[in-house]
Design a protein around this ligand. Structure first.
Ligand SMILES: Nc1ncnc2c1ncn2[C@@H]1O[C@H](COP(=O)(O)OP(=O)(O)OP(=O)(O)O)[C@@H](O)[C@H]1O
Ligand SMILES: [Mg+2]
Length: 236
């Protein structure tokens, strides 16, 4: 394959040492092309979040190799000096829990990353509002996170994960608190992002409504990822 998208080879992650060690990943191989949205499924405790955290440089893998775009980021050790810059510039995270900043309003929660990247505040806010509109939460743009419903908070967190147009998006149960119409809207936006910006996207999900939308699915079992052909019905 070409040097684009996401490549994972023989990825292992062990938590702890000795008798109590947990072998969460035992040699995971995955390839996600630019512009592709793949589903990641598997039982609770199978290692889905662990895999996303390794790829997102949130935790240290034990062994293996990870390539993002044409950059080898891990080869039995980190190959990137500045992991914070890697996380900020290359990876969009959408987590299970929204983790919004409580003292910033909705717009600034989304605009913060582009502002930190040096984009003028008014442009950053305009980008934020564009995504908030696409996610149908623009009417809450000036509200504080504590004033939002769980589903609204999640949509704001999704906007924040997408706003910098990262080449890789890692989404852990992004649609869990949403009704089916809004869950589909989120999947549609992720697919649009992937197509428009050549983003490689991994979506961890248990959501029966969205699983049929994927063309390709990785199923984690016993610490190994098995590739499956999805129904790929799309998202209309
Ligand atoms: N910080 C940690 N220390 C020790 N063990 C951990 C740690 N984090 C996760 N584990 C263990 O690693 C395994 C994989 O956990 P992980 O959170 O990746 O599962 P998951 O597939 O995301 O599950 P779920 O669907 O419930 O979110 C589990 O056995 C879990 O208990
Ligand atoms: Mg998890």
């Amino acid at each position: 394959m070409s040097g684009k998208g996401i490549h994972i080879e023989g990825l292992k992650k062990r938590y702890g040492e000795g008798d109590t060690a947990v072998h969460a990943l035992r040699g995971v191989d995955m390839q996600i092309a630019p512009g592709e949205v793949v589903g990641l499924i598997g039982p609770s405790g199978s290692g889905k979040s662990t895999l996303l955290k390794c790829l997102g440089a949130v935790i240290d893998p034990t062994a293996g190799r990870m390539v993002l775009g044409d950059e080898v980021i891990f080869d039995n050790d980190w190959k990137v000096r500045d992991l914070r810059a890697l996380r900020r510039d290359k990876i969009g995270f959408v987590f299970q829990a929204p983790y919004l900043i409580p003292f910033l309003d909705v717009t600034d929660n989304v605009a913060l990353l582009p502002m930190l990247a040096g984009i003028p505040n008014s442009n950053a806010r305009a980008k934020a509002l564009e995504l908030l509109t696409a996610l149908d939460v623009q009417h809450r743009a000036r509200a504080m996170p504590s004033q939002l419903s769980g589903g609204e908070q999640q949509r704001v967190a999704i906007a924040r994960g997408l706003v910098n147009r990262p080449p890789v998006i890692l989404a852990d149960e992004p649609t869990a608190p949403l009704d089916s119409e809004r869950a589909m809207a989120v999947i549609r936006i992720l697919n649009d992002m992937a197509r428009q910006f050549e983003t490689a996207i991994i979506v961890v999900t248990h959501d029966e409504k969205i699983i049929p939308t994927f063309k390709r699915i990785y199923h984690i079992r016993d610490g190994v990822a098995h590739e499956e052909v999805g129904e790929g019905r799309g998202f209309e």
